[in-house]
Design a protein around this ligand. Structure first.
Ligand code: UDP
Ligand code: MN
Length: 335
């Protein structure tokens, strides 16, 4: 570009030559093209980018939440999942249960005890015409290995004084005999839903050869009902029971366990209605063993590791008044 001298005093732009003008023109064109491109495409792109960024942010949040959920689940598993040793015998805890105001409380308590027991399979049998959502949901939440069955006690035996849990325990025996083989190592324990169990009692029963026995607290009108041993031979020689001591096996359902193989071997052994409440234990044990063969556990039957506790029925006087007016305190709530 040639700039004119001051004397000529011509405006500087006039002095710009043609080549420069052309260049300037093309530069302006280019700028215009860019502006047009930006307005029509660039701005659109940036919207696209913004949308992409938003979805990336959403994915990031989702991933973070998923990660938190996985960590929560892991934590739950560490708390709830039982240790499973494929070599150790499985404890099949058989629990009859029936609908009543305290049912969820009982099953929650028992399930949370069982969560601490390794190699455990919980067989829950509802005394009902179908599975209830209460029990189903509870089992789903526990993470326990379980089998959920149901069978209703026949009408003639639904009276007070009839033996309880007969039909349900038999259903569990049938299930075991159908689904297990002599190669399966295990032990069967009749764990009613209202008793109190020490974790130790499960350790004691796990290696039962045929039938093992131990004391039970708070039963038969005594602080404890227990087998009496000859400490030289280590055999059961009698019982301390006070209520109907003439029972062939004066022992509570919570005081013995049977090896799975023995249950399979003695395939005809069942509970029965034609024997009354306190004689169910004797009835089944007579089909399975003789006193001399019992295996005493719990430090030669010197420890109480299970209690025949019974939950007091709740007083629902106010609830009943509400119900009379067509109202329930537990609408939409599972209690
Ligand atoms: N049970 C049942 N249906 C009934 C009554 C009881 O399935 O109609 C169950 C109950 O939930 C428990 C077992 O049978 O697991 C023994 O019943 P309960 O504890 O009432 O008898 P207990 O030996 O304490 O007299
Ligand atoms: Mn009970």
């Amino acid at each position: 570009m040639s700039i004119k001298s001051k004397e000529n005093s011509m405006p500087i732009y006039v002095a710009i030559d043609m080549t420069t003008k052309k260049r300037l023109f093309w530069c302006l064109c280019l700028l215009l093209v860019f502006v047009v491109w930006y307005v029509f495409f660039g701005a659109g792109r940036s919207e696209q980018y913004a949308a992409m960024k938003q979805s990336m942010d959403e994915y990031e949040t989702l991933l973070r939440e998923t990660r938190e959920q996985i960590l929560d689940r892991l934590k739950m598993c560490q708390r709830d999942c039982q240790h499973w040793d494929p070599e150790a015998p499985v404890i099949y805890a058989v629990t009859p249960t029936y609908a009543r105001p305290v049912q969820k409380a009982e099953l929650t308590r028992l399930s949370q005890t069982l969560m601490h027991v390794s190699n455990l399979h919980w067989i829950v049998i509802e005394d009902a015409v179908k599975k209830s959502s209460l029990v189903e949901n509870l089992l789903a939440r526990t993470n326990l290995n379980h089998t959920h069955l149901f069978v209703q006690t026949p009408v003639p035996y639904r009276r007070k004084g009839s033996p309880r849990g007969v039909e349900q325990r038999n259903a569990a025996l049938r299930w075991l005999r159908k689904n297990k083989t002599m190669n399966d190592k295990g032990v069967v324990y009749f764990a009613d839903d209202d008793n109190s169990y020490s974790l130790q009692v499960f350790d004691e029963m796990r290696y039962t050869k045929e039938v093992s026995v131990w004391p039970v607290g708070l039963v038969g009108g005594l602080m404890v009902e227990k087998p009496i041993l000859n400490l030289t031979t280590g055999k059961v020689v009698g019982w301390n029971s006070a209520w109907r001591p003439d029972r062939p096996f004066p022992i509570d359902m919570a005081g013995f366990a049977i090896s799975l193989q023995h249950i399979l071997k003695k395939s005809k052994a069942y509970f029965a209605y034609n024997v009354s409440g306190g004689f169910q234990e004797s009835h089944i044990l007579q089909q399975l063993t003789v006193r001399e063969n019992l295996e005493p556990k719990a430090d030669n039957c010197t420890q109480v590791l299970v209690w025949h506790t019974r939950t007091e029925g709740p007083r629902l006087t106010e609830e009943n008044k509400l119900i009379a007016r067509g109202i329930h305190s537990d609408v939409g709530l599972e209690v």
